[in-house]
Structure formats: structure tokens, C-alpha cells
Ligand binder design. Structure first.
Ligand code: HEC
Ligand code: HEC
Length: 159
């Protein structure tokens, strides 16, 4: 009985928070809430932007600790690239490549893979595509989305 009361109370709180759903069997679905609580991407982005306030236009390598590739890019734009270019194109959030308590850390191998993937994109765009005559576009290009399309492992055949 106590447990039931507890669950009911919890349900009330969760429903009050407006972040839950009740499915056909009457179960409360709070998975998205749990996910949000453990890592809130928008909050992380806001916190980083706040911490570099006034320095957004400075080269990233002077503002951040461990920039090997995007050194000359304005610091403010790095955050945008992380969000739109990297996270969204792979269908992941920041924690796929980062420990959000230590953005400069290299502890996740996916972070270096992302740099290597940047090089791959560079080779394709600057070398390989240029060698193909008679393409429609004047400056044909690929980016992360071209292959990943919201997935960590790009598809190799049609569904
Ligand atoms: C696919 C992997 C990947 C994802 C996803 C990703 N990042 Fe990154 N992030 C990198 C790489 C690679 C670097 C280093 C870039 C370089 O060396 O120029 C980096 C660097 C950074 C840095 C600079 C850290 C420092 O002090 O040197 C910050 C801050 C950062 N990312 C924030 C984010 C945020 C916020 C998100 C989510 C919105 C995110 N990243 C998502 C790969 C990723
Ligand atoms: C030409 C196609 C192609 C492009 C463009 C491309 N990737 Fe990949 N990527 C792959 C393939 C193939 C794999 C290997 C997937 C597997 O493990 O089978 C991969 C794997 C990865 C992984 C590791 C997957 C994991 O386990 O998390 C990361 C991270 C990644 N890519 C990031 C990027 C980023 C960031 C970009 C843009 C700078 C990018 N990729 C552009 C094809 C591509």
C-alpha cells in the first residue's frame, strides 16, 4: 500500500512536471524525462556560451583548451558546429564524443574519430571530387550528413 501511494505521488509529480505520458496500459512513460535529467544538451550549450561570453569572435584555439583542427574558427561558431554539424548529423548528443564535465578530454575515442572524419571529408572535397569531370555542381561537396543522415553507422544498402 505504501509503495502504491509512493508511485501515485511520484506520478502526480511527474505529470505536474509536464514531461511524461501515459500509454494505453496506463503506465507512465518517463524515459525522455530521465534522459533529459541526465544530460541536457541545450543547458550544456548555454553554459559553454556563457563561459566564453565576449570572446565569441576570438580564434577557438585561444579560447578553448584542446583545439587541433578548428584553431582559426571563431570560438562561438565551434559550439554551433558541435550542435548542428556533429551531433545532429550523427543523431547523437554531445556525450557521444565528450565527457560533459571535461570538454577538452580525449577519453572518448569517438572524438578523435570525428577529427579523422573531418580529414576524410577534406580529402573527398578537395581532392577526390575535383578529379571527377562533368559533375553537375560547380563545387560538389560532402559533409557528415551526406553519409550519416542521423545515424552513427551509415547505411550501406537501401531498406
Ligand atoms: C562526433 C563527435 C562530437 C560531438 C557529437 C560533439 N563534439 Fe565537441 N568536439 C569534438 C571534437 C573532435 C573536438 C575538437 C576539435 C578540434 O580539435 O579542433 C571538440 C571540441 C569541443 C569543445 C572544445 C573543448 C576544449 O576546451 O578544447 C567544446 C566546448 C565542445 N566540443 C562542445 C561540444 C558540445 C556542447 C557538443 C554537443 C552540442 C559537442 N561538443 C558534440 C567532437 C564532438
Ligand atoms: C563518406 C562517408 C562518411 C562521411 C562523409 C563521414 N563519415 Fe563518419 N563514418 C563513416 C563510416 C563508414 C563509419 C564507420 C561506421 C562503422 O563503424 O561501421 C563512420 C563512423 C563515424 C564515427 C564513429 C561511429 C561511432 O561508433 O560513434 C564517428 C564519430 C563519425 N563517423 C563522425 C563523422 C563526422 C563528425 C563526420 C563529418 C565531419 C563524418 N563522420 C563524415 C562514413 C562517413
Amino acid at each position: 500500500m505504501k509503495t502504491l501511494l509512493f508511485i501515485t505521488a511520484l506520478a502526480a509529480i511527474v505529470i505536474a512536471a509536464g514531461n511524461s505520458d501515459i500509454n494505453e496500459s496506463g503506465q507512465i512513460v518517463i524515459s525522455s524525462q530521465v534522459e533529459q535529467d541526465s544530460f541536457n544538451q541545450q543547458a550544456a550549450i548555454d553554459a559553454i556560451l556563457e563561459s566564453i561570453k565576449g570572446r565569441e569572435e576570438e580564434p577557438a584555439e585561444e579560447v578553448f583548451e584542446n583545439i587541433q583542427l578548428f584553431g582559426k574558427m571563431p570560438a562561438g561558431r565551434i559550439v554551433r558546429v558541435m550542435e548542428m554539424g556533429f551531433s545532429r548529423s550523427l543523431g547523437v548528443n554531445c556525450t557521444h564524443c565528450h565527457n560533459p564535465n571535461d570538454w577538452a578530454s580525449e577519453e572518448k575515442p569517438t572524438k578523435q574519430i570525428a577529427r579523422d572524419m573531418m580529414n576524410l571529408v577534406g580529402s573527398i572535397n578537395n581532392n577526390l571530387l575535383k578529379e571527377i569531370p562533368n559533375l553537375e555542381s560547380e563545387q560538389p561537396a560532402v559533409n557528415c550528413t551526406t553519409c550519416h543522415r542521423g545515424q552513427v553507422v551509415p547505411a550501406t544498402n537501401m531498406e
